[in-house]
Design a protein around this ligand. Structure first.
Ligand code: BV8
Length: 235
């Protein structure tokens, strides 16, 4: 097939070599804080200052000029620019490294760390700075209702209809740097298995590795550029 329709799913592993911690590796985020304390709507209702502090720290790290897109992000941006067929990059990551690498056909299904949403008027604003319960919404002026524009556990991921439509049409599904433990993202491969070719690029087998036709193990900055080169060469 000349240019199969592609869906690419990325997770925290693709940003690891840019210096951002993953979630479930030994030095990962969930080794330091509990999901229940910082990444659920209940946690935010119970202790908003604690949740804001958790995301303010991650947002501050992302503003650090030393944190930049790596060769894997850049290879996917080149693929996006050169691929004449359908392509959708669905990232679970809330960092902006795919955006800064230049990916256009990109969807953040778990939201974005550098955006804030007003719970009063639902407006979403670019937000590189700290948030607090005193922050007022630039759109409606209300204070106390600003939250990170991030999908917490128990909340519906964003743009699921668009993702479902892309999965229905895809001929090639590639998962990169994700442990396959968080649903619904981890279930995408099972959804397309049998009618799309499925490839996992990860440091080690994920929890859903057995659902994939093919696996390439190694660091993303090695596996992704070579995989993209093969795709663009028509392999
Ligand atoms: C939903 C944003 C339903 C926040 C994230 C009980 C109660 C409530 C829900 C549930 C429940 N039980 C199960 C659920 C469902 C739940 C879930 O799946 N839980 C899991 C833990 C069991 N899912 C949800 O709650 C989702 N919502 O189900 O809604 C619903 C239905 C109808 C109506 C309303 C609601 C929402 C999930 C989204 C949560 N938000 N992030 C934040 O970032 O702070 S999830 C979080 O995990 C990140 O988005 C992250 O991307 C995602 C997945 O993690 P990974 O990206 O895979 O990262 P991880 O560290 O796990 O793995 C990294 C991998 O990279 C490893 O394999 C490693 O080997 C590899 N790697 C490391 N270095 C490299 C590398 N690979 C290549 N190169 C390297 N150098």
């Amino acid at each position: 097939m000349a240019h199969p329709s592609l869906v690419i799913l990325t997770g925290a592993g693709i940003s690891r070599e840019s210096g951002l911690a993953t979630f479930r590796d030994a030095d990962g985020i969930w080794a330091k804080v509990r999901i229940e304390d910082v990444a659920t709507p209940e946690a935010f209702a119970r202790d908003p200052a604690r949740v804001h502090a958790f995301y303010n720290a991650r947002r501050a790290q992302l503003r650090d000029p030393a944190i930049r897109p790596n060769a894997a992000h850049r290879a996917l941006a080149e693929l996006d620019a050169a691929w004449p067929g359908e392509l959708l990059l669905v990232t679970q990551n809330v960092d902006d490294l795919h955006d800064r690498a230049g990916s256009r056909r990109l969807l953040h299904m778990h939201g974005e760390l550098m955006r804030a949403r007003c719970m009063t008027c639902e407006a979403v604003h670019p937000w590189p700075d700290d948030l607090s319960t005193a922050t007022t919404c630039p759109a409606c002026g209300q204070a106390g209702g600003m939250r990170p524009h991030v999908v917490w556990f128990g909340e519906m991921p964003l743009d699921m209809a668009r993702i479902g439509a892309a999965l229905d049409r895809c001929d090639l599904f590639v998962a990169i740097g994700t442990s396959g433990q968080v649903y619904p993202a981890a279930g995408f491969v099972a959804e397309v298995a049998g009618r799309a070719r499925t490839v996992e690029l990860n440091l080690e087998p994920s929890a859903v590795a057995s659902d994939f036709d093919e696996a390439l193990h190694g660091p993303a900055t090695e596996t992704v550029p070579s995989f993209v080169a093969r795709l663009l060469a028509g392999a």
